[in-house]
Design a protein around this ligand. Structure first.
Ligand code: NDP
Length: 508
């Protein structure tokens, strides 16, 4: 099958595909072999202003936001069908752009198909106003809570899960009648362009979506500072998230941020060892560790630590790296040369901090694996003898690096203390055959998602988000819908009378 890589023009503004006036473009690189896949248009502040003006006008003057959720949700269902129809092409594009395996891209598309189907049902609940009744409401009053879209929403996404992260935002935003301006990562814009084309094919009004392929540094401030934007939903790194929150503060706009994580995977001595080894590997090495919820901190009970770590190292050495399009590949490269350099820097730091690198720690040997030499590959890495004061334990490397910390036998409190000793709080795992203890520990972890005896699964029905510096707000679930909804209370006095608050008040 020929790969249908989206071609310029790649900006979608005011209902039309367009390029920049300056003609500025940016190459998109395949991380497998560092070859240019295509060029995309590179929008600047001027195009961002145009997109905002169009989105504002459409929201304020069209009947899109006044349609019933049921009407809009028919479009969501149609979109879910289209995602499945286009899955083979879309998955190839995602794999070429991000480096992840085709299997992972296909899973992402299946997952977001379910997200669209879920919100197609969930949003319909908002068509029913809530009548407030009871002894606190006078009998003459009709008290009604109604739901409305927030308005113009800017959706900013990262490079590691371009399809998935965008659809988590798109589905609830469009289901509730908002208008969206989409800004994918400059590193991986291709699947987003394809997704916008599918929105149009599904029948969403052209001006309900605007797309800016652009650098965040260039268009970000225009989008987040604008008084005509009502909401920013951002997924990305901590420092960008901070900048965006500050920038939204000026106009008090609604702002949700899903940020990074440094996620603990706590393994107790009574675990099923084979299962635990498998879970530890899956948690940290999937997508070469470029996962916000990656289980990058192994926190293991002393008495099984050596055996568990030996098992993880043995299996890590066997992970097959290669092109995401090759069905034999188990994991692909890192996303870019810059990111590879960052990950290499973290291993150097780990060594300086006293960590012992048990496997990996470098790029694959070019003589042994010439096919990997051009790409941004980095070997699965295990660093032992780590402690919580080390930066390699506290900072998100976003690479295939597992750090190992041990806790005293039987000391559940210490395990919990270690697991919670992070500025982040996105996700974590607990591996133990004692399900009562595992559930107890899961409840004590200050992290937004906790997996017991597995790692990484999610469902559109349950909320996703972080404690601490992993972000605010929630995606998915009913709270993920609430982020895009304004709630209004209408107090309707059906038998009006003088209120008599001021003495002079009387009928004229
Ligand atoms: P970045 O924070 O660098 O970028 C994220 C997005 O923000 C990109 O589209 C980027 O554009 C844009 N951006 C950059 N600067 C600005 C700005 N000043 N104003 C507005 N937008 C801006 O993150 P990465 O792309 O490097 O993604 C990796 C991070 O994302 C990791 O920390 C990871 O943990 C986190 N993440 C969190 C998830 C969660 O659910 N909590 C899920 C997935 C990832 P550009 O690319 O052009 O710079």
């Amino acid at each position: 099958m020929a790969v249908d890589i989206p071609q310029r023009p790649t900006l979608f503004i005011d209902g039309e595909w367009t390029s920049t006036l300056s003609g500025k473009t940016r190459p998109t690189i395949n991380p497998y072999d560092a070859q240019v896949l295509t060029e995309v248009d590179e929008a600047g502040p001027e195009e961002a202003e145009r997109a905002i003006a169009s989105a504002r006008k459409f929201f304020d003057t069209s009947d899109w936001s006044r349609q019933s959720c049921k009407q809009r949700c028919a479009l969501l269902s149609r979109y879910a069908d289209l995602l499945q129809e286009h899955k083979p092409k879309l998955a190839q594009i995602e794999t070429l752009d991000t480096g992840k395996t085709l299997k992972e891209s296909e899973i992402d598309i299946d997952d977001v198909t379910n997200v669209f189907r879920f919100y197609a049902m969930e949003a319909c609940k908002l068509d029913h106003d809530k009548q407030v009744t009871g002894e606190l409401i006078p009998e003459t009053v009709r008290s009604t809570v109604v739901h409305e879209p927030v308005g113009v929403c800017v959706l900013i996404t990262p490079w590691n899960y371009p399809i998935l992260q965008l659809c988590w935002k798109l589905a609830p935003a469009l289901a509730t009648g908002n208008v969206v301006i989409v800004k994918p990562s400059e590193v991986t814009p291709l699947s987003t362009i394809y997704l916008v084309k599918l929105l149009l094919e599904a029948g969403f009004p052209p001006k309900s979506v605007q797309l800016l392929t652009a650098s965040g540094a260039s268009v970000g401030p225009t989008l987040t500072e604008s008084k005509d934007v009502d909401l920013v939903s951002f997924t990305g790194g901590l420092s960008t998230g901070r900048r965006i929150i500050r920038s939204c503060a000026e106009t008090i706009k609604r702002c949700t941020v899903e940020l990074g994580g440094k996620n603990p995977n706590v393994v107790f001595a009574d675990c099923d060892l084979d299962l635990a080894v498998d879970n530890v590997l899956t948690a940290v090495f999937t997508h070469s560790g470029q996962v916000c919820s990656s289980g990058a901190r192994l926190i293991v009970e002393d008495s099984i630590a050596d055996r568990l770590v030996a098992g993880v190292v043995e299996r890590a050495k066997q992970i097959r790296m290669g092109s995401g399009l090759d069905p034999e590949s188990e994991t692909g490269p890192l996303v870019s040369a810059e990111h590879l350099a960052k990950v290499e820097g973290y291993v150097k730091l780990a060594r300086e901090e006293g960590g012992k690198v048990l496997c990996g720690g470098c790029r694959p040997d070019a003589k042994e694996h010439p096919e990997l030499a051009k790409g941004y590959f980095f070997l699965p890495t295990v660093v032992d003898r780590c402690n919580r004061s080390m930066r390699i334990v506290q900072e998100e490397t976003f690479g295939p690096i597992l750090t190992v910390e041990r806790f005293k036998d039987g000391d559940e409190d210490e395990a919990v203390r270690l697991a919670n000793d992070t500025q982040y709080g996105l996700a974590g795992g607990v591996q133990s055959k004692d399900t009562t203890r595992a559930e107890r520990v899961a409840r004590r972890l200050r992290h937004g998602t906790v997996w017991v005896n597995t790692y990484g699964a999610y469902t559109p029905q349950a909320e996703w988000g972080g404690f601490g510096m992993s972000g605010n707000g929630r995606e998915l679930g009913s709270k993920g819908l609430d982020e895009y909804v304004e709630t209004k209370h209408i107090w309707n006095e059906t038998q009006p009378a003088l209120m008599g608050w001021f003495k002079g008040a009387a009928r004229m």
